[in-house]
Design a protein around this ligand. Sequence first.
Ligand SMILES: *Cc1c(COP(=O)(O)O)cnc(C)c1O
Length: 392
Amino acid sequence: MSDPPLHPDTLAVVAGRVPGDAGLSPPIATASTWASNGLDDAHARAVGVRADGFYSRYANPTVRAFEQAIAALEGAEASLASASGMGALASTVFALCSSGDHVVAQRQLYAGTLALLQGPCQRMGIDVTFVDAATPGAFTAAVQPGRTMLVLAESPSNPRLELVDLDELGAIQGPFTLVDATFATPIGQRPLGHGVDLVLHSATKGIAGHNDATLGVVSGERELLDAIWGYAVLHGATPSPFDAHHALRGLRTLPVRYERQCATACTIAAALAGNEALAEVLHPSLPSHPQHELAARQLPSGGTMVALDLRGGRDAARRFLAALRVARVATSLGGPDTLVCHPATSTHASLTPAEQEATGVTEGLLRVSVGLEHPDDLVRDLHAALDAAGHS
Ligand SMILES: *Cc1c(COP(=O)(O)O)cnc(C)c1O
């Protein structure tokens, strides 16, 4: 009888160990190039797919250890790391899509992804249709058979924590399906288990988890990842072995950090729900979340992010941010510090007013990335900031 599969908590600790290396922290391979044993050896490495011991843009042992750990957690055959989440996204989109191809994408997305799809993609003749992910069947209906090459979703989405039905996405035949699962981390949900082809993360966020690395990673079947790699080595968003090392160290504690941050996010959401200064509190754990039932099926932890919509608009948001004493005003997410940002003027400032309205980025919307501080300190801090926001 074979052993039962390891739990994610265990995989996060044991995956990505380098065979034969007894060190419990992997060496950082700083070499940009490696010496070969003559012409034939050098030739084999030069033409190999993701061959070791050739040149660091092609493959690096520290980066590989990180990739193998992520692949194990995702239940994927292979992973490919990039210098950032956007590096992973751009490499994937341009590896798979050519001029004349069509992409179906969610309307509510990380603003960098949206800008990539609206700017460079359109300029290169890649046509994009945006859909409302919360409408059942929207992705499937927008697919143009024979022309759509990629269906791109984000779940939970930035900034209003909209969920995509992963079973519905995974059932789409024809185009490649990709989920940016940054907000859920590989611990919160596993899109590949729902039949999705590719799962992508900005490892800058919860995976590395300490605000000290910039990295991206995409996972799926080996053959598909090899094809993306063939383009990624030319795109050149090559991950640094130092960042891969930081991200792998962060990954070891991701399950405990994630669990604690989710629990605190649920506490905060419940404590603030119904506050009269707020038009809306958004967290998948709340029965008021429009996709609460879907969340129970595919994101039972609820996630580490909370969105708050202040009644008083931008002025109230300004007062709220000025009154915070524990949480910090910053973009990014998934680190030890609780971070609050005002999407309309920061992460989503590049959107037109019409786009902001279409994606629910209101003037009063705040996005909270819940950290590792004591929940009581955070609830008190947020309540005090709400009091300040309510009084002009
Ligand atoms: C941050 C983020 C990205 C981009 O990642 P970088 O590492 O900053 O390039 C993409 N998608 C989501 C959901 C993100 O939060």
